[in-house]
Design a protein around this ligand. Structure first.
Ligand code: 2NL
Length: 344
């Protein structure tokens, strides 16, 4: 029995040695130390032994069992350590490698242009104001000298919500509301950027929804020359100090007189090319002296106060400045288009 146990020990220890995975080791454990294993078997046969032999064999069996168990434990630890070493070697991190670039977004071209224009006018003492996009007929039309049935209303046909409520066709109602709230108590010097809506068929130069920035300066003794000076500064700021401006007579129901402003063409320097349609000038915006009736309706005495106003489309400004050939680029948001202007 003693030899049998020693042979079992040798056999088990070499099996432990041979095992190359934890799973295989588990199989060896069950085979030798399990309830149905050979050592249990030997211990079960102890009853047949003499009382002198019994404790000797019993002790030996326990030692053999402990030796096998220890060997298994050591082998298991060694295998786990090796596995960890391997993992550590494989997963080494080189902290000196350059970091992965993080994709950073940027403002939309239209946002950049609007903010650039805002910054200039803030510098000239204008405040920036916003107002509702759903407007009343009164503030969108009536207060701007566009009474019901006025033919100019047809050119600004919009999306109506009720008979009296519509999507604003321009940002002027923000200015009319501002003046109305002040009722001639003090001057107004403001710009109002925002979305406007017109019933139009979308194409490369038209959109049913677009952006507008209007400006208004009402005070005592505001003159056409003040308008011209501000617009000249604006044109040079946006398009370069070498740009010239030109004012041509025009018509708007809310200004009298009304003008259209052109800037000298940067491409041909006034010589005439395809960009300026051989005229040497490019139309940028509309402006004028606030119509006395508009001042009066807002509570300003036109004999005491005068003012200038202007309106422009930031999309058009951006298209001219950056050579964008289709207004729809601003709204379809193809990142390949937008990314080009992240430094702009
Ligand atoms: C254009 C022309 C213009 C105005 C807007 C205005 C506002 C008030 C009173 C008088 Cl409250 N005028 N705004 C004046 C002239 C022209 O816009 O072509 N915009 C794209």
């Amino acid at each position: 029995m003693k030899e049998q146990l020693q042979a079992l020990e040798q056999e088990a220890l070499s099996k432990v040695e041979e095992a190359s995975t934890i799973k295989e080791l588990q199989v060896v454990r069950v085979a030798y130390l399990g309830k149905k294993g050979p050592i249990t078997e030997v211990l079960r046969g102890m009853g047949k032994l003499s009382p002198e032999e019994r404790p000797i064999i019993g002790e030996l069996a326990n030692t053999v069992r402990a030796n096998i168990a220890n060997a298994m434990e050591e082998k298991k630890d060694a295998m786990e350590r090796a596995e960890l070493e391997k993992q550590l070697a494989e997963e080494q991190i080189d902290v000196t490698l350059p970091g992965r670039p993080v994709a950073v977004g940027g403002p939309h071209l239209l946002t950049s242009i609007v903010e650039e224009i805002e910054d200039l006018f803030i510098g000239l003492g204008f405040e920036v104001r916003e107002g509702p996009e759903v407007e009343t007929d009164y503030y969108n039309f009536e207060a701007l000298n566009l009474p019901k049935g006025h033919p100019a209303r047809d050119m600004q046909d919009s999306f109506y919500i009720t008979e009296d409520l519509l999507m604003r066709t321009h940002t002027s109602p923000v200015q009319a509301r501002t003046m109305n709230a002040i009722q001639g108590a003090r001057p107004v010097k403001m710009i109002c950027p925002g979305k406007v809506y017109r019933r139009d068929t979308d194409d490369a130069t038209h959109s049913h929804q677009f952006t507008q920035i209007e400006g208004l300066y009402v005070d005592k003794n505001v003159r056409m020359s003040d308008l011209k000076g501000v617009l000249d500064r604006f044109a040079k700021h946006m398009f370069g100090e070498d740009r010239e401006i030109r004012l041509r007579p025009s018509f708007f129901p809310f200004t009298e007189p009304s003008v259209e402003m052109d800037i000298s063409c940067k491409v041909c320097n006034g010589e005439g090319c395809s960009v300026c349609k051989k005229t040497g000038w490019i139309e940028i915006l509309g402006a004028g002296m606030v119509h006395p009736r508009v001042l009066e309706m807002a509570g300003y005495d036109p004999n005491e106060y005068s003012g200038f106003a202007f309106g422009m489309g930031p999309e058009r400004i951006a298209m001219l400045k950056y050579g964008v050939d289709d207004i729809r680029h601003f709204y379809t948001n193809d990142v390949r288009f937008l990314k080009q202007y992240h430094q702009a």
